[in-house]
Design a protein around this ligand. Structure first.
Ligand SMILES: CC(C)(COP(=O)(O)OP(=O)(O)OC[C@H]1O[C@@H](n2cnc3c(N)ncnc32)[C@H](O)[C@@H]1OP(=O)(O)O)[C@@H](O)C(=O)NCCC(=O)NCCS
Length: 146
């Protein structure tokens, strides 16, 4: 992802996320050196994600796929690419928080090897007030790191 990509990423983000990141959030992620990735189909941005490295761990901060392109493997492809990047950069673990109501994201994370390691009560805002976050992690074993 480059600064020039942020507009297209925001256009997707505003549609697919209940509480979308702002332009400033993406700019900050880029300037902080986080791993910010986009995927394109025929020159059009269709998915994006941001991974924050912290020592030998990385946290997945956001991931999104354009509404009209979902359920075609793009989310899994993006996540797999970020995890390969984490392995190549000697990370030992990727973790994330996800809304307990976000069943499609939870299913995606499970499908690539994330397991639930905890719960943060009332972590997110939602229409009803607060919502719990599921804390998930994927250990990148020595085998994975080749
Ligand atoms: C979550 C999200 C990134 C998944 O991307 P996607 O490209 O639609 O997902 P994929 O096609 O790669 O699906 C991979 C697996 O995830 C699971 N999955 C994805 N969408 C699902 C859905 N709607 N219902 C149930 N399982 C789902 C399935 O296990 C799927 O594997 P399968 O198709 O072989 O059964 C996408 O739905 C999205 O952008 N959601 C809105 C943003 C969001 O919630 N991001 C996560 C929190 S930041």
């Amino acid at each position: 992802m480059t600064t020039e990509d942020v507009e297209a990423v925001l256009a997707i983000e505003k549609i697919v996320q209940a509480y979308p990141w702002t332009r400033g959030n993406f700019s900050d992620a880029l300037s902080s050196g986080y791993r910010c990735a986009v995927d394109e189909v025929q020159g059009e941005i269709v998915s994006y994600a941001v991974l924050m490295p912290v020592l030998d761990e990385a946290e997945l901060l956001t991931i999104g796929v354009a509404a009209t392109r979902q359920r075609r493997g793009l989310g899994r492809t993006m996540l797999a690419a970020l995890m390969q990047w984490a392995i190549a950069n000697k990370m030992r673990r990727v973790f994330l928080e996800v809304r307990v109501s976000n069943l499609s994201a939870i299913a995606l994370y499970r499908s690539v090897g994330f397991v639930e390691i905890g719960m943060r009560r009332g972590y997110y805002r939602n229409a009803q007030g607060r919502e719990d976050a599921l804390l998930m992690a994927c250990e990148l074993t020595g085998e994975d790191r080749g």
